[in-house]
Design a binder for this molecule. Sequence first.
Ligand SMILES: [Zn+2]
Length: 79
Amino acid sequence: MSPLTLDSELKRAAEQADWSRVVHRCAWCKRVADAQGEYVLPRELDADTVVTDGMCPACGTRALALLARRRLDREQLAA
Ligand SMILES: [Zn+2]
């Protein structure tokens, strides 16, 4: 199979994909994004659900605050 054929087949598969099966899940708190993009409590996922992990805004905010705290602590120790 030539790379061109593979690219064409992948493109066709992506165009025909059922994106409603794709669920965004926060890798930290495990909440999942609903249809409006709001992260809600985990629910049972169907066996054919495709899960893609990321970080929800709440966990992102906490992670950034923690990084800022650590940076301040390091700066205070170095001073
Ligand atoms: Zn989260």
